[in-house]
Design a protein. Structure first.
Length: 280
């Protein structure tokens, strides 16, 4: 972890939720490569520890642990551990998220469980995460909070594909809430020299998008003979001018920029990293 970019976040400490797989791993790896010590957590504690172990093996500094973001006590404990073991929290990345409840991939329409779970994790989990760090940041009068939202939270979408129902509605609404919360928190914390921004990923081949692609495959006859990855790429070519998927590291690079001094005058923004699929 000694690249030319390693000084960008030197002596900084970052806390990243949902860092056991997918986007969270990419974010943690990029922040570590840029010089930050990283506290990574996930509801799957073993997966979080694997992320931390890989960062340490590569010459970085990381700790890992199990955290349920719907449990504020769990987050408070991990934040306290981070401060104790790594010396503070300069950067907070609320990344943990879910697409829907059990059986989402096979459903046309949403269920009550989809609403309950997406809001418990994607909205209340977000506020629990920021609540766990903001008093610490306010006392120090500095900090960077980078929320992982989604370009799906920007504008309503039509049904589009044949057979598509409203199964994604709870997820999309939860991400719109995350963007609005980013704006509100930026206003609340700005006078304490704390920047709050969001990153809105487009389409990445993660377990979450695998579930979405399976949903397309099961419900749209046009996709019945395609693999889930072929569906994923087909959707990208139809919607993204750049015509390629994003990677967890792409998201991590934007998080690193927003966490750095280079972004000192950027706050309250939700930045798309989506290959041009949405322009605002």
């Amino acid at each position: 972890m000694t690249s030319g970019m390693a000084v960008q976040l030197q002596n900084k400490v970052a806390l990243v939720t949902g860092a056991g797989r997918g986007i969270g791993v990419g974010i943690a790896n990029v922040l570590a490569s840029r010089g930050a010590a990283v506290a990574v957590c996930d509801i799957d504690g073993a997966a979080a520890q694997e992320t931390a172990d890989a960062i340490n093996a590569a010459g970085g500094k990381a700790v890992g642990g199990a955290v349920d973001v719907t449990d504020s006590d769990s987050l408070d404990h991990f934040a306290g551990r981070t401060i104790s073991e790594l010396g503070g929290i300069d950067i907070c990345v609320p990344n943990a998220g879910v697409i829907g409840g059990r059986g989402f991939a096979e459903r046309v329409d949403f269920t009550k469980e989809d609403w309950d779970l997406t809001f418990a994790v994607n909205v209340q989990g977000l506020t629990n995460t920021t609540d766990a760090v903001k008093e610490h940041m306010k006392a120090r009068e500095e900090g960077k909070i980078v929320v992982i939202a989604s370009h799906g939270g920007r504008k309503p979408r039509g049904v589009g594909d044949k057979g598509r129902g409203n199964a994604q509605h709870p997820y999309l609404v939860s991400k719109a809430a995350a963007i609005q919360y980013t704006h509100l928190l930026a206003m609340e914390l700005g006078s304490y020299n704390i920047n709050v921004n969001a990153v809105c990923p487009g389409r990445l081949w993660t377990p979450m998008w695998q579930a979405i692609a399976q949903n397309h495959k099961d419900l749209n006859p046009d996709y019945s003979e395609m693999t889930t990855y072929e569906i994923f790429i087909d959707q990208i070519k139809k919607t993204m001018p750049l015509g390629r998927p994003q990677t967890p590291e792409d998201i991590g690079k934007t998080v690193a920029f927003l966490s750095s001094d280079d972004a000192a005058e950027i706050t309250g923004q939700a930045i798309n990293v989506n290959g041009g699929a949405a322009f605002d």
